[in-house]
Design a protein around this ligand. Structure first.
Ligand code: SAH
Length: 206
């Protein structure tokens, strides 16, 4: 790991992410592999970067915080035996991080070109427990459901019914909802705990 990568991780810690499982994996997945060639010099800066098609790779802190919120019920060390659905795969950066923390990752991206790029990246880089498809994440991915965790990198007007239906009991959804980070934990069919974790800015779930 180089100096710039180290200081990216340090910043994430300073902002309050304390789950070392997340920090460790973020040190193993190189963000420079997921940005456009002309953006590589900025790869370890804690900000979103353009990835084409009007989209951005998420800020590293935001990725870390969301995954930290998604993990608590997992055992303390990988490999974990849980399955996660990711909405808004974009560059595939968060997808790659999730693949080191979950047994299986199902990822959906609405822009076909980005979905294709993310899929190739996953195949080339040996992230074998990942499937990426182009499609509308609001419908979830029924074929592989139920999921233990669902994470969205796009801001929903409200949490889509499909996510709730495709979630296991005890499972968690972490998503921005109208500008606020929300975590829903499914207690029984039809009952949830809802927690708010403050303001975050995201592209809308289209
Ligand atoms: N985690 C990604 C974030 C990309 S930004 C990364 O770090 O690269 C959010 C992504 O959500 C965009 O790529 C956008 O195209 C996608 N998106 C928006 N609405 C969507 C929808 N309905 N279904 C699937 N993906 C969607």
């Amino acid at each position: 790991m180089n100096q710039a990568q180290n200081s990216m991780l340090e910043k994430i810690r300073q902002y309050g992410v304390s789950d070392e499982r997340v920090i460790t994996v973020m040190g193993e997945v190189d963000r420079a592999d997921f940005v456009l060639p002309e953006q590589k010099q900025f790869a370890y800066e804690d900000r979103p970067l353009n990835i084409g098609y009007g989209q951005t790779i998420s800020q590293p802190y935001t990725v870390a915080r969301m995954i930290e919120l998604l993990l608590p019920a997992l055992p303390s060390m990988p490999p974990f035996s849980q399955m996660v659905l990711e909405i808004g795969a974009g560059s595939g950066y968060q997808t790659a991080i999730l693949s080191r923390l979950f047994e299986r990752v199902l990822a959906i991206e609405v822009i076909p070109e980005l979905a294709q790029k993310a899929r190739l990246k996953m195949n080339d880089s040996g992230f074998e427990n990942v499937k990426v498809k182009a499609g509308d994440g609001k419908e979830g991915w029924e074929e592989y459901s139920p999921y233990d965790a669902i994470i969205s990198a796009a801001d929903a007007a409200e949490v889509p019914d499909a996510w709730v239906e495709q979630l296991n009991t005890g499972g968690r959804i972490v998503s921005p909802v109208r500008g606020e980070m929300v975590r829903l934990t499914k207690m029984t069919e039809g009952s949830f705990i809802k927690e708010n974790f403050g303001k975050f800015s995201f592209v809308p779930l289209v």
